[in-house]
Ligand binder design. Structure first.
Ligand code: 5GP
Length: 213
C-alpha cells in the first residue's frame, strides 16, 4: 500500500463535510487531517476533532514556524493544514483526506504532487442555497460571502483531477470511493511494480520454454 493525500474541495453547502465524514466512517484505509482555523467553533464542533481552533496570533506563529503545508484566507478567516497532521496519517499507512479550499488545494498540490484532487459540485444553485440556509448557522451577510466564494471557487474546477456532482449522497460516496480505489492501483503508485512484472516475465519465460520443449 502506497498511501496518498486526497484533497476534497467544494463550495460550502455542496456536501463535502458529509461525504468526507461518511467515507472516513466506512473505510479503514482513510484518515483525516484536522485543519487549523481562526474561525469560532460552531455548535457541536469539537476542538482537535473538527478543527484546531486557534487565535490569529497562534495561527500566524505556526505559519512563521513553517508548520503548515498550505494556508489560506477563506471567508475572512484563516485556515491551514498542518504538515504533521498529513504525515501522521500517511505514516500510519492510510490515505489522508483533506477538506480544503481552492487556494489551499493549489498550494498543497505543489508541495505534494502525488495528491489526488477531487472537486464536489452541488447539483444546482437552488440546492446550494437551500443547504446553506438549512444549516441555520448562516446570517444573511455570511450567506452572501459564501455565495460569492462559491462563484469564485467554480473558476478553479479545471485544476482538479476529478469532479463529482453531489446529487445523491450514496452515489457520491460510491463515486469518491471508486476514485480512491482506482488511484490506489494507478501504475505510478504501485509499489515495486517493475520488480513484480520482471518476476512474472522471468517465470513466464521458464514456463514457455518448458511447454515448448
Ligand atoms: P467551514 O468554516 O465551513 O468549516 O469551512 C470553510 C471553508 O474552509 C471550506 O471551503 C473548507 O474547505 C475550507 N477549509 C477547511 N480547512 C481548510 C484548510 O486546512 N485549508 C484551507 N485552505 N481551507 C480549508
Amino acid at each position: 500500500m502506497n498511501p496518498f493525500p486526497i484533497v476534497m474541495s467544494a463550495p460550502s453547502g455542496a456536501g463535502k463535510t458529509t461525504v468526507t465524514k461518511e467515507l472516513l466512517a466506512r473505510r479503514s484505509d482513510l484518515g483525516y487531517s484536522v485543519s487549523c482555523t481562526t474561525r469560532a467553533p460552531r455548535i457541536g464542533e469539537v476542538d482537535g476533532v473538527d478543527y484546531h481552533f486557534l487565535t490569529e496570533a497562534d495561527f500566524l506563529q505556526r505559519v512563521a514556524q513553517n508548520e503548515l503545508a498550505e494556508h489560506a484566507n477563506v471567508h475572512g478567516r484563516m485556515y491551514g493544514t498542518l504538515k504533521s497532521a498529513v504525515q501522521t496519517v500517511l505514516d500510519s499507512g492510510k490515505h489522508v483526506m483533506m477538506d480544503i479550499d481552492v487556494q489551499g488545494a493549489r498550494q498543497f498540490a505543489q508541495a505534494y504532487p502525488h495528491a489526488v484532487l477531487v472537486f464536489l459540485l452541488p447539483p444546482s444553485v437552488e440546492v446550494l442555497v437551500a443547504r446553506l440556509i438549512g444549516r441555520n448557522t448562516e446570517d444573511r451577510s455570511t450567506l452572501l460571502t459564501r455565495l460569492r466564494s462559491a462563484h469564485a471557487e467554480l473558476q478553479d474546477v479545471d485544476r482538479y483531477h476529478y469532479v463529482v456532482v453531489n446529487d445523491h449522497l450514496e452515489a457520491t460516496i460510491d463515486r469518491v470511493g471508486a476514485i480512491i480505489d482506482a488511484e490506489a492501483v494507478r501504475r505510478d503508485r504501485v509499489h515495486a511494480l517493475d520488480q513484480q512484472v520482471e518476476g512474472l516475465v522471468e517465470r513466464l519465460e521458464q514456463e514457455i520454454s518448458q511447454y515448448s520443449a
